[in-house]
Design a protein around this ligand. Structure first.
Ligand code: TYD
Ligand code: MG
Length: 487
């Protein structure tokens, strides 16, 4: 049976279309079906098309793709360790396992996120928005590995060798053990990898790679799945660490199907506001370490620089004596980072007031404005309100609520919050200040950076042990917190 060119790119079709195909292919279906339907969100597989995914209940996510059995035999998912143990079950005590073999790159912010270095034979997905700096980061990693004499192969399907060279010129000298290849055909890539036998290989990006024997355009579900499958086999079979770049699509999921995340060992996201200089590397899945650590980088003309002390970098150049500014502490993984929150409240020129949130969730800003209106009596109905987290960081933590609310009140009422004040806490709908995790770690960071006064949830006071040198004020509600910030 023939595959239609561009199967997966086709609209998922209708019930009628699906059942018509069912009739046409009816005779074959009992034996081996050539196409199945996939949920773009959860990767669930189904023989029939339906408007709603039977597993994750999302609507309009089922798309058609060639089934795995229709692919060549080698397309089976390769399990790590299958090579070593065969199909013989073993007891825990029969299995010997030492520490994984790791290679540190010397880029500490990067090594830490991986759990201490690159694990041999691991497949790592590096996701992020286009233009955020994934290629730059991985080129720098390759450069560092090359300096240690490690054999590295960088395969790009997105840029020409000249473009890569232009970028590399800004990053410094490269050793002879770093090699480049521009290729998108994975069969050729497989051969080259086998021949070159590098210790580390970069595939930039998975969306540009294709296997000629799999139908569908590069970037389609079937291609991404089968490409990753092949890379997994290469990584596990040959013990090569492979980094795969994946662009984040509009839905915020790498390459459409979540299944990509399930297949790889480690998923790292590189994120930040493209306009700002700061970037955060975050582990969202790691089979060889915790996902509690983040790496902070700054994009400079000479590439990405490590930021060892993010609080200090983020707070330099902070204006004093300006209303609408206050510092809070976000806990990224296990790492407390002090960030400045700025608010601007201005009279709306038109009847429809504007709200803008850079770095925090827009809905959270609306909620905090509503709480300030209802529980504190501030009127925002005729005001535009803007919030910005300085440095271009994106922070999802609710621990910043209190600081955002104080910044808004400070901007609206035009009072200056002294520059040595920090506020931590979640704001509830009743205007109450709620406890957040690890307040102690946050105030320790504030002390280190020279802050004197900490406004924290009143309920967290008894859990704080070391408050030396700090004036800790426990606030029960938004009113008390704003009064404390003013004085
Ligand atoms: P890039 O690594 O190409 O992004 P991605 O692979 O995630 O799509 O980085 C793109 C941006 O980084 C580009 O807009 C310019 C900026 N950049 C610098 O500011 N300094 C540098 O030294 C380099 C190499 C890039
Ligand atoms: Mg790139």
């Amino acid at each position: 049976m023939q595959h239609h060119a561009g199967w997966p790119a086709m609209a998922s079709g209708t019930f009628e279309a699906a059942s018509r195909r069912g009739q046409i292919y009816g005779g074959y279906m009992a034996k081996a079906k050539d196409t199945v339907f996939f949920c773009k969100e959860c990767g669930a597989e189904s023989a029939k098309w339906s408007g709603q995914c039977p597993v994750c209940r999302e609507w309009n996510t089922m798309v058609e793709a060639p089934s795995q059995s229709a692919q060549r035999a080698g397309a089976k998912v390769m399990l790590p360790g299958r090579l070593l143990s065969g199909a013989q079950p073993k007891t825990m005590s029969q299995i010997t396992a030492g520490e994984e073999e790791r290679t540190a790159t010397g880029i500490e912010e990067f090594d830490r996120v991986l759990g201490g270095g690159i694990v041999a034979g691991s497949l790592v997905l590096v996701g992020g928005d286009p233009g955020i700096g994934k290629s730059t980061l991985l080129t720098q990693v390759c450069r560092r590995l090359g300096l240690f004499g490690c054999n590295v192969l960088y395969i790009s399907g997105e840029e020409s060798l000249q473009q890569i060279k232009l970028r590399a010129n800004r990053l410094g000298e490269f050793s002879e053990s770093v090699k480049l290849l521009c290729e998108t055909d994975l069969d050729i890539i497989e051969e080259v990898i086998k021949k070159e036998a590098p210790q580390v290989c970069v595939i930039d990006s998975v969306q540009t790679m294709f296997r000629p024997d799999v139908s569908g355009a590069p970037g389609s579900i079937a291609q991404v799945r089968e490409s990753t499958n092949l890379l997994l086999q290469i990584a596990k079979g040959l013990g090569i660490s492979i980094f795969v770049v994946g662009h984040v699509t509009k839905e915020g999921v790498v390459a459409g199907p979540r299944m990509l995340e399930h297949m790889v060992d480690t998923v790292l996201y590189f994120e930040g506001e493209p306009q700002g200089p700061y970037r955060i590397l975050r582990g969202v899945k790691n089979r060889f370490g915790s996902t509690n650590d983040i790496g902070v980088f700054e994009m400079c003309p000479e590439g990405l620089k490590e930021v060892r002390n993010p609080s200090e970098s983020l707070l330099t150049g902070r204006p004093s004596d300006v209303s609408g500014s206050i510092v809070s502490c976000s806990l990224e993984g296990t790492r407390p980072i002090l960030v400045e929150i700025q608010a601007l409240v201005a009279k709306s020129a038109f009847g429809n007031p504007r709200r803008s949130a850079a770095g925090i969730d827009y809905n959270r800003l609306s909620l905090l404005i509503a709480v300030l209106e209802k529980r504190f009596g501030l009127n925002f109905a005729e005001c535009d309100a803007y919030i910005n987290i300085v440095g271009g960081l994106k922070i999802r933590e609710t621990a910043l609520d209190l600081a955002v609310a104080i910044a808004l009140a400070s901007a609206h009422l035009d009072f200056v919050v002294p520059s040595d004040v920090i506020a931590i806490g979640e704001v509830g709908l009743a205007g109450e200040i709620r406890n957040v995790g690890q307040t102690e770690a946050r105030i320790n960071e504030a002390r280190k950076m020279g802050f004197k006064k900490c406004i924290v949830p009143a309920s967290s006071l008894k859990s704080l042990k070391n408050t030396d040198g700090l004036n800790i004020i426990g606030a029960r509600n938004i009113k008390e917190a704003i009064v404390a910030a003013r004085s």
